[in-house]
Design a protein around this ligand. Structure first.
Ligand SMILES: *[C@@H]1O[C@H](CO)[C@@H](O)[C@H](O)[C@H]1NC(C)=O
Ligand SMILES: *[C@@H]1O[C@H](CO)[C@@H](O)[C@H](O)[C@H]1NC(C)=O
Ligand SMILES: *[C@@H]1O[C@H](CO)[C@@H](O)[C@H](O)[C@H]1NC(C)=O
Ligand SMILES: *[C@@H]1O[C@H](CO)[C@@H](O)[C@H](O)[C@H]1NC(C)=O
Ligand SMILES: *[C@@H]1O[C@H](CO)[C@@H](O)[C@H](O)[C@H]1NC(C)=O
Length: 414
C-alpha cells in the first residue's frame, strides 16, 4: 500500500509566496499580478469577491498599452436574494506602491491609503479597501449598483491550508518566459472583520460559517488561442473549489484545482497545465500536477501516480451581459485519481451563480466567468479500502470558465 508522504511533510508557504514579483521579471516586458479573495458567508449563501491587481506595460515592448495602472474590484453574488453586483476602480500606476517585496497599497491624491494588503506573519494577513464617493472618477465599471456606491472592508485572514501550486515551475518559468503562474497560498482561511456596503455592516465572525479563499496570479503572458485561429472554447482557464469547514480545523476539507490550456508563443507553442491540492483533513494531503509542453510531459504526485486529472464541460449556454455574449459551460465535471483516491467534483451551476470578472492586460480584457455558491456533488473514494469517504452535495462550490471573449468595455477613467 502506498503511503502518503504528504501526511508527514508540512508544506511551508510563507509571505514569500504572496510577494510582488515584478522586479524578478524583465523590465522591457509587460507584467501583471493579481491577488484574489473570496469571502464566503455559508449560512446566507452570500459571496464577496475582492481582487487587487496591477498591469504594467508602459515603456515595454508591446505596441499598445491601454490598461497600465492598478485596479481593485469588489463583487457580490447573493444566491438567496438572487442579487449580484460589481464595482471596479482603476488608479494611475503612480498611486500604487509596494514596500519592499510586499505590501500592496493604492493611495488617493491626498495620500490616504484606499486599498492595501498587509502580511502580518506567514499565516495571517489583513486586506483593506475603501471605495469612496469622492473617488467616483476612478470608477471604471459598475454593474448592479450605483457608480458612487460606498464599500469598505477590513478583513483578517488566518490560513488553514495553503499550497504553492507551481513552485516546481517557478525556476522553469523564467525559462518558460513569463507564462501565467498561479499560487493558492491560502485556499481556506478563517476570517474576521467587517464589510460595509452602502452603510450596511456585515460582521464577519471567526467561525465555521465564514471562510476566505486567497490566491494569486502573475506573469507576462495571458492564456490565448494560437494566432489565426478562431477563438476556441478549448483555450480556457478552469478553477474548481470545494471546502467543508469544520469547527475542528484539523477535520477541515478543502480541494482546489486549476487547469489551463494556452498558446504561449511560436517557440513554446501550446501548454497544458493542471494543478490540484487535496486536503481531506489536516494530515491527508494529496497533490497532483501535470504539465505538457512541446512533446514533454511533467507529472508530480505525492500519492503514486496521477491516474486521472480530467475536466468535462457541458450544458453550454449563451450568457449575455453589458459586455457582450459569451458561451460558457454550466456543468463541469472534474475527475481526480491517484494511487489511493478517486475523487469527482461535479459542478452544476445556474447562470445566476456567475459574475463576469474582468482582467485587463496591455490592450485587452479577459473574461473570467466565476460561479460562487455552486451546487456540487462531491464523491471521494478510498481505493485501497473501497470505502466511500464523502458522498454529498455541497451548495458552496466555486467554479470558473475563463476565456478571451470578444468584449466591449467602457474606457478607463481619466
Ligand atoms: C516598509 O515595511 C517595513 C517592514 O515591513 C516597515 O518597517 C516600514 O515601516 C515600511 N515602510 C513604509 C514606508 O511603509
Ligand atoms: C504624497 O506623498 C508624496 C510622496 O511622499 C509627496 O511627494 C506628495 O507631496 C504627497 N501629496 C500630498 C497631497 O500630500
Ligand atoms: C449560442 O449562440 C450562438 C450564436 O448566436 C448559436 O449558434 C448557438 O446555438 C447558441 N447556443 C445555445 C446553447 O443557445
Ligand atoms: C448577443 O446575442 C444576441 C442573440 O444572439 C444578439 O441579439 C446580440 O446582438 C448579441 N450581442 C452582442 C453584443 O454581440
Ligand atoms: C452517493 O449517493 C447517491 C445518493 O445520494 C447514491 O445514489 C450513490 O449510489 C452514492 N454513491 C456511492 C459511490 O456511494
Amino acid at each position: 500500500m502506498q503511503r502518503l508522504i504528504s501526511a508527514f511533510v508540512l508544506i511551508l508557504v510563507g509571505l514569500h509566496y504572496q510577494r510582488y514579483r515584478q522586479n524578478e521579471y524583465k523590465k522591457y516586458r509587460p507584467y501583471y499580478q493579481w491577488w484574489y479573495y473570496w469571502l464566503r458567508d455559508t449560512v446566507n449563501d452570500r459571496h464577496f469577491a475582492i481582487a487587487y491587481g496591477t498591469t504594467l506595460c508602459h515603456k515595454t515592448d508591446v505596441k499598445s498599452c491601454v490598461y497600465d495602472g492598478a485596479a481593485v474590484s469588489f463583487s457580490v453574488v447573493d444566491n438567496k436574494q438572487n442579487y449580484r453586483m460589481q464595482k471596479y476602480e482603476f488608479h494611475d500606476r503612480n498611486r500604487f506602491t509596494v514596500n519592499g517585496t510586499f505590501n500592496f497599497k493604492i493611495l488617493s491624491d491626498t495620500n490616504e491609503t484606499l486599498f492595501e494588503i498587509i502580511p502580518l506573519n506567514d499565516d495571517k494577513f489583513q486586506i483593506r479597501g475603501n471605495m469612496k464617493k469622492e473617488n467616483v472618477n476612478n470608477v471604471w465599471i459598475h454593474e448592479g449598483c450605483p457608480k458612487d456606491i460606498e464599500i469598505e472592508w477590513d478583513l483578517t485572514l488566518t490560513r488553514i491550508y495553503g499550497w504553492y501550486a507551481q513552485d516546481i515551475f517557478e525556476g522553469p518559468d523564467r525559462f518558460l518566459e513569463g507564462v501565467i503562474m498561479w499560487n493558492t497560498y491560502s485556499h481556506t482561511a478563517e476570517v474576521e472583520g467587517k464589510l460595509t456596503i452602502k452603510g450596511d455592516d456585515v460582521i464577519i465572525k471567526k467561525d465555521a460559517g465564514f471562510r476566505a479563499y486567497g490566491d494569486g496570479n502573475w506573469g507576462e503572458l495571458m492564456p490565448s488561442s494560437p494566432p489565426k485561429q478562431k477563438p476556441s472554447a478549448k483555450y480556457a482557464w478552469g478553477w474548481y473549489y470545494v471546502n467543508i469547514p469544520s469547527d475542528d480545523k484539523f477535520q477541515e476539507l478543502s480541494i482546489i484545482a486549476g487547469t489551463g490550456l494556452s498558446y504561449m508563443d511560436a517557440i513554446l507553442r501550446t501548454m497544458d497545465g493542471r494543478f490540484c491540492d487535496i486536503r481531506l483533513d489536516g494530515k491527508t494531503h494529496i497533490e497532483l500536477r501535470t504539465m505538457e509542453v512541446w512533446d514533454m510531459s511533467f507529472e508530480s504526485c505525492n500519492d503514486g501516480k496521477v491516474h486521472r486529472f480530467d475536466v468535462e464541460r457541458s450544458n453550454w449556454v449563451n450568457f449575455t451581459d453589458s459586455f457582450g455574449n459569451a458561451t460558457i459551460p454550466l456543468r463541469q465535471l472534474v475527475t481526480l485519481e491517484s494511487d489511493s483516491y478517486l475523487i469527482t467534483m461535479d459542478f452544476n451551476a445556474v447562470a445566476n451563480n456567475f459574475n463576469r470578472l474582468l482582467f485587463a492586460f496591455t490592450d485587452y480584457v479577459f473574461s473570467d466567468f466565476e460561479g460562487l455558491g455552486v451546487s456540487t456533488d462531491l464523491l471521494i473514494i478510498e481505493k485501497t479500502t473501497g470505502k466511500t469517504l464523502r458522498n454529498e452535495t455541497l451548495k458552496s462550490g466555486g467554479v470558473e470558465y475563463g476565456y478571451l471573449f470578444d468584449i466591449t468595455v467602457p474606457p478607463l477613467p481619466t
